[in-house]
Write a protein that binds this ligand. Structure first.
Ligand code: NAD
Ligand code: ZN
Length: 379
């Protein structure tokens, strides 16, 4: 079968690889119908999350069940499913407490104490990913989201339940956004755009979107009616935010993480804050939040990110929250909101391309070419 494979930094290729087989009695195999590229895939693409040659990438797929293992009771051949990026057993303490991203069983890497994630390298369980024609999904009785037969929405409306929508919704909830809060969202990629939308839905009184890419800022304004700020226009963007909000925003949601474009990793060990334009998102976050405010870190930071301003956060009573979103918990609620048309999940899509075009699609997405925001690949 065809699959998107990692060959080296900024080198991904669609190759013929062996099709997956049922390995455990509760596995399912799905025929992938749509599969998206995520900002998290860019960390792999750029080599910031190391993996081996020929590793199959992708953690935002959906499709049709092709085959089920003998112990799968919840699904049958022909069912339509969305696969969350969290792979989760459904039985452990974390799965039973709505924290599937920390499932005790799905990460088979003995050195990493977190859940296992689809297509997210050896570090998170070495599961081949979903940018492929076929995919093996473990924990078939818990992990996949079954789309009810009567739902006739196209893939485009449902696919982002795999990651972007639950991640953004959880970010806003985990940050504690409530009625009247002022919220700054760093990043106008798919996750940031949806976090802005959900911040309004939770009752925020003011939402400020921060990025450096003009077309993405414009998209945020159009899609979410937010105030926009291009941080490269300010030497001290945090001071500017403090000025326009009389002391800082209540909540900052960092939907950026390691910024491959400026390659933060190359700067580890050096002084990271050089000028306005080279501020990391986390620095902007702690400089923009008010005293006793909250920073929610949703963007992914690798363990190499060690320039941590603990003293500054301590003396200003900042609450810091973060992590991998427990996606599975949020899928049924978001499915209902999509069915009720409470928001339009397709508003982030810029490109729908054949799987064969994956290499060009990654480049477009990373280089911000062709007004790229979110790419769906069709195997
Ligand atoms: P994306 O790459 O499309 O968007 C990131 C945006 O941030 C870009 O528009 C970029 O221009 C902007 N940016 C760069 N530096 C910035 C800065 N200093 N301040 C403000 N904006 C800046 O990615 P995405 O798909 O929207 O994902 C965003 C982040 O969320 C990624 O790090 C991804 O790995 C992470 N993520 C986390 C989870 C989770 O469970 N925690 C789930 C999904 C994605
Ligand atoms: Zn993702």
């Amino acid at each position: 079968m065809k699959a998107v494979t990692f060959q080296g930094a900024k080198d991904i290729q669609v190759k013929n690889v062996e099709a997956p087989k049922i390995e455990k009695p509760d596995d399912v195999i799905i025929k992938v119908t749509s599969t998206a590229i995520c900002g998290s895939d860019l960390h792999i693409y750029l080599g910031a999350l190391p993996t081996h040659k020929d590793y199959v990438i992708g953690h935002e797929p959906m499709g049709i069940v092709e085959e089920v293992g003998p112990e799968v009771t919840r699904l049958k051949k022909g069912d339509r499913v969305v696969i969350p990026f969290n792979l989760a057993c459904g039985d452990c303490y974390y799965c039973k407490h709505d924290l599937e991203s920390q499932c005790d069983h799905s990460n088979t890497n003995p050195h990493v104490d977190s859940g296992g994630y689809l297509g997210f390298t050896e570090r998170y369980g070495n599961y081949p990913g979903g940018q492929a024609e076929y995919l093996r999904v473990p924990y078939g009785n818990f992990t996949p989201f079954l789309i009810p037969e009567e739902c006739d929405l196209p893939d485009e409306a449902l696919l982002f339940m795999s990651d972007v929508l639950p991640t953004a919704y959880w970010s806003v909830e985990h940050a504690g956004v409530k009625k009247g809060d002022t919220v700054a969202v760093l990043g106008c990629g798919p996750v940031g755009l949806m976090a802005q939308k959900f911040a309004w839905m939770k009752g925020a009184s003011r939402v400020i979107a921060i990025d450096r890419v003009p077309y993405r800022l414009q998209h945020a304004k159009k899609m979410n009616n937010v105030e926009i700020l291009n941080f490269e226009e300010y030497d001290e963007v945090g001071s500017h935010v403090k000025e326009i909000t009389s002391g800082g925003v209540d909540i900052v949601i960092d939907c950026v993480g390691m910024d491959g474009k400026k390659n933060l990793l190359e700067k580890v060990g050096q002084k990271m804050k050089v000028q306005g334009g080279t501020l990391s998102a986390f620095e902007i976050a702690h400089e923009s939040v008010r005293k006793a405010g909250t920073i929610q870190v949703t963007g992914v930071y690798g363990s190499l990110y060690n320039m941590f301003p603990l003293g500054n956060l301590f003396e200003r009573n900042i609450t810091l929250r973060m992590g991998q979103a427990p996606v599975i918990h949020y899928m049924p609620m978001l499915f209902e909101k999509i069915m009720n048309k409470e928001f339009d999940p397709t508003a982030i899509i810029s490109h729908v391309l054949p799987l064969d075009d994956a290499a060009a699609a990654y480049k477009k997405f990373h280089e911000h070419e062709d007004d790229c925001i979110k790419v769906i690949l069709k195997p």
